[in-house]
Design a protein around this ligand. Sequence first.
Ligand code: CU
Length: 333
Amino acid sequence: MSFAFRSARRAASMVLSGTLTAAAALAASGAAFAAQPEPWQMGFQKAATPVMERVDEFHDLLLIIITLISLFVLALLVMTVVKFRESKNPTPSKTTHNLLLEVVWTVVPVLILVVIAVPSFRLLYYTDKAPEPTAAEKAAGKTVMTVKATGHQWYWSYEYATPEGGKLSFESRIVCRGTIDPDNRKQCEEANERFQTEFKRDVIRLLDVDNEMVLPVGATVRVYVTATDVIHAWTIPASGAKVDAVPGQTNETWVRFTRPGWYFGQCSEICGQDHAFMPIALRVVSADDYKAWLAAAWKKAKDDSDGFSVVREPQKTARTGTPAPVVEASAKR
Ligand SMILES: [Cu+2]
């Protein structure tokens, strides 16, 4: 089999079944869970954070309410058509007002809106700010970790604090735009090889990036979102996070992933010609793997390689002279 034929076949298979291949590869290798769009998907992606669990619950409540309203209106319509048809009702009533009826059809919708508004606002505020750690969590040394996501035309960059009190940033760019253009196809193939070696799975077209965001499982993470040029939006469906990235403004949301795996999202604010090519990829790992990743990232930042760079050199905390733990350093900003 010639190389050209083999690569064409691989490209074709990626085009036709990019996500399926990845899903199959994941299943076959027993690799980590991945949250991404599926062919013929109807509902939401499976909730991976407490926020998304509540979004699911709110969605279910709304579904019940709108179904009941639709059935009620349909029943009224059918009843009207049948009962007041010309043959059955040749002389129509001339009634134009009915006080009781008018009060009812004003008050009932208001009550329905109140029933919707209360959980809606509750959810909105829940999503808005990361919950402060409880007394027990504080005693166990748990704090809120902070990461900053910045939208650019057309890629994302992330800023992390390191345990030594330093701060690093890295760029996160798409690695596989498509397989029709020969240049793009070559990129996809190279990325695929790297992903096979590093993560034992195929690269996912339009969703995978060179430097994914990495977070520890179970950690409460405050995410600051901003942009440098135009408005973007930082979105990961399985986490329930969808926040506008506005130049000159910092918006906030938070995530706490309940299981390890890959989580994918895309910029959700039309931001220019490559809007479709600035995906968000997030890998949730164990605390130890996160530490190892952060150490490796710091090394790359010092070498100024792979899109990593140092934002702030490590600083000693003034009082004790010991390195500040990563979560506290970031939470104190
Ligand atoms: Cu964008």
